[in-house]
Ligand binder design. Structure first.
Ligand SMILES: [Cu+2]
Length: 149
């Protein structure tokens, strides 16, 4: 059962990357942080590659079980890390990449119901400035995946 599910996920991720390549934006290593029961929001992280000749912005994200999603960054204010919303989203440079990661830019799942639990996957539709939308599966984990896996 479990192996089957993993193989299914691998296949769907492969198919996703193939179709993503056709559109010019490629998502890699999407994961979301497992939330404590009392948390109101959870973070989502992914590396986005832009294989096109023009800069593209990630402008929004959608998921069926949240109130809404936001695009955030972390900034240092008076020695304290604070989250700030990025109303214009995040630019992915032409033939470049942007890494959404803990302590930096990230997606925010606002008031998910139920909360994000370790071991599940959540589907998020990323929306780009080109008008394209791409569905990505985020694996929910307690901590970041080991680099290279
Ligand atoms: Cu945030």
């Amino acid at each position: 059962m479990r192996l089957h599910a993993i193989m299914g996920l691998g296949l769907s991720m492969w198919m996703l990357s193939v179709s993503a390549q056709a559109e010019g934006i490629r998502a890699e290593g999407a994961w979301a942080r497992a939330m404590p029961p009392t948390a109101e929001a959870g973070g989502g992280f992914v590396t986005l590659h832009n294989d096109t000749d023009s800069a593209v912005r990630l402008v929004n994200a959608h998921n069926s079980r949240v109130d809404h999603m936001e695009i955030h960054t972390m900034t240092m204010e008076d020695g304290v890390m604070k989250m700030r919303r990025l109303p214009d989203g995040i630019e992915i440079p032409a033939h470049g990449k942007v890494e959404l990661k803990p302590g930096g830019e990230h997606l925010m799942f606002i008031k998910p119901n139920p909360i994000l639990s370790a071991g599940e996957t959540v589907e998020v539709e990323l929306e780009f400035s080109t008008g394209e939308r791409q569905s990505i599966r985020f694996e929910v984990k307690e901590r970041p995946p080991v680099a290279g896996h």
